[in-house]
Design a protein around this ligand. Structure first.
Ligand code: SF4
Length: 341
């Protein structure tokens, strides 16, 4: 069975050649119909009508399995959607409107092993990795089921993408195919909790332009370990070393995400320590106001605390973007995926 959402054009061409004595002409047609047009009646397109015997052979041998969208939640232009996978497990993805297009926040695992204390997915525990087609299927559903113009991908949904390394890399290759979804590497961002072995592996891959975001959230090991158990295994110094060794493209930067939590990581001294940690890495820092989750003791910062913290970092020469996480009312804000309402 050809699970088409797992295939690059080259691989599909090779498969057609080896298994059916056909080549790129038909592979391109199938790619266009499925990835670009979402046309599930692909065997009725001209290229296949001209090759009826091949079309008959392919029938039942090609499957498109993006999972079933079982629920959507809207907040303005933002949409969270829930996809039921073939084994009944569910994942969440969020379409986030930007100025000219949409960004899709996708999941890489069902649940997560990392157990970050502020994160709803972390509280679910880990169920399993997503396959390549379960990852790319979120783009398929976003574009062809929800009819959203998706140009950017962020791996910031459920799961630690570097802990599902091979499938995430495979999905990135599929999403990057010009004849398919055609999403440039520089429009994809992979966000990690600081999984150092994954960062080291990624450093060896040829993925020019792919952006790396690090969920940092604390200026020292004590606070970070209390929020993110992964810090006990890969503390800040080890994380920084892996980033220093990571060769960025010219003018490339790392994205750091820092969820500001009232009374925990938001003081002026925390800002100063964070600035020291960041130096001399090229970093753009996304400062995100914590979203209160019922049942957790963490509190949202007020606007003044956000501004003060950002100003202190800016004064140290760090580029800071302040974000009040969107999608709160549909539990689609940072750290909130994993709650079905
Ligand atoms: S923040 Fe990311 S890495 Fe941490 S538990 Fe949640 S999904 Fe996993």
């Amino acid at each position: 069975m050809i699970d088409i959402l797992e295939f690059t054009l080259e691989r599909l061409t090779r498969t057609f050649d080896k298994d059916f004595g056909k080549g790129r002409f038909h592979a391109q047609a199938l790619f266009r119909d499925i990835f670009k047009q979402g046309n599930l009646n692909f065997l009725t397109s001209p290229e296949f009508l001209d090759s009826p015997r091949f079309a008959r052979t392919l029938k039942g041998k090609v499957s498109v399995n993006p999972g079933v969208v079982v629920n959507t939640f809207d907040e303005g232009e933002l949409t969270k959607f829930i996809t039921r996978l073939s084994d009944g497990l569910e994942i969440e993805s969020v379409v986030i409107p930007m100025t000219r297009h949409n960004t899709l926040c996708i999941s890489s695992q069902v649940g997560c092993k990392m157990g970050c204390k502020f994160c709803e997915t972390g509280r679910m525990g880990f169920k399993r990795n997503l396959s390549i087609s379960e990852i790319t299927g979120q783009v398929y559903n976003g574009r062809h089921y929800l009819k959203k113009d998706i140009k950017n991908i962020v791996f910031m949904g459920m799961g630690e993408p570097l802990d599902n390394f091979d499938n995430v890399m495979g999905a990135i290759q599929v999403m990057n195919q010009q004849q398919g979804f055609d999403i440039a590497l520089r429009h994809m961002t992979l966000s990690t909790a600081g999984f150092v072995p994954g960062i080291e592996r990624l450093a060896k891959m040829k993925m020019p332009g792919l952006r790396l975001a690090i969920s940092i959230n604390a200026p020292d090991d004590k606070i970070r370990s209390s929020l993110m158990p992964i810090n006990n295994v890969f503390p800040l110094a080890a994380l920084k070393k892996s980033l220093k060794d990571f060769s960025l493209p010219k003018r490339g930067i790392f994205l750091f995400e820092y969820i500001l939590i009232k009374g925990l990581n938001d003081s002026p001294s925390h800002a100063a320590m964070l600035a020291d940690y960041i130096h001399p890495l090229p970093v753009r820092l996304n400062l995100i106001a914590y979203n209160k989750i019922i049942g957790l003791d963490y509190e949202n910062p007020c606007d003044d605390e956000m501004y003060n913290f950002a100003d202190l970092l800016s004064a140290k020469g760090i580029m800071v973007i302040k974000r009040w996480s969107r999608g709160r009312s549909v539990a689609a804000g940072c750290g909130q995926l994993g709650t079905h309402r």
